[in-house]
Design a protein. Structure first.
Length: 216
């Protein structure tokens, strides 16, 4: 009988997504984003092939300062907990816009650049049978040689994609380099959510002296 050998397990290069249920901000974010949505609806006809409305960037709308301050702080804490040196740095919402996906619309797999470090979604209206978030394994080498999976419903290290349920009032965060997409909307009603990108900047002496050093 062969001697039993202890196998030491080390988790290398983890990929993490974060989910927070925060329904208390839904109404204010929905009310503000609908104003921007109406402008798109007035100016553009809904496309038959890509039935989607996307608004302009409203990250700097003063009515949402409490919401943007909150997601900035969450992003800051995520990066700090992941081991990044966040001293003398701050997070800020670089872009935030509403996506209004009608029946059969979807979001293609993509990542975000332009300095984004954290991306996320805030779900404002999620009818039954609507789209769900998919995150994809960011390691092309692993995807290339992947073996068949025992059970795709059980999320293991073998999975290439993981699905998160869309739910009104839910916040979703991940690192900007994590590929993500949305399944098709099978509901007759549109799904509405805010998509946001959060960047990091170094604090300057001026920002410190004018009390802008606080993470907002």
């Amino acid at each position: 009988m062969s001697e039993q050998v202890q196998i030491n397990r080390y988790v290398c290069f983890p990929t993490t997504a974060f989910v927070i249920d925060k329904p208390d901000d839904v109404q204010i974010v929905l009310d503000v984003s609908k104003e921007y949505l109406k402008k798109q609806e007035d100016e553009h006809k809904l496309d038959d092939i890509f039935p989607l409305y996307q608004t302009e960037n409203f990250a700097n709308d003063s009515r949402l300062i409490e919401f943007t301050s909150y997601i900035n702080q969450v992003a800051y804490d995520i990066l700090s907990d992941q081991g990044y040196d966040m001293s003398n740095k701050r997070t800020y919402v670089n872009s935030m816009w509403l996506q209004d996906h009608h029946k059969h619309s979807q979001m293609e797999q993509h990542v975000h650049g332009q300095g984004a470090q954290i991306i996320g979604f805030y779900f404002l209206d999620c009818p039954e049978n609507c789209s769900n978030v998919l995150v994809h394994d960011p390691r092309p080498g692993k995807v290339q040689i992947n073996l068949p999976i025992k059970n795709e419903k059980n999320y293991t290290e073998a999975n290439e994609t993981i699905m998160f349920e869309s739910k009104t009032g839910r916040l979703f965060f991940s690192n900007a380099w994590l590929p993500h997409s949305f399944t098709r909307n099978n509901s007759n009603k549109p799904i509405k959510f805010v998509h946001f990108c959060i960047n990091v900047e170094q604090l300057t002496e001026y920002m410190v002296s004018t009390n802008e050093a606080e993470v907002i």
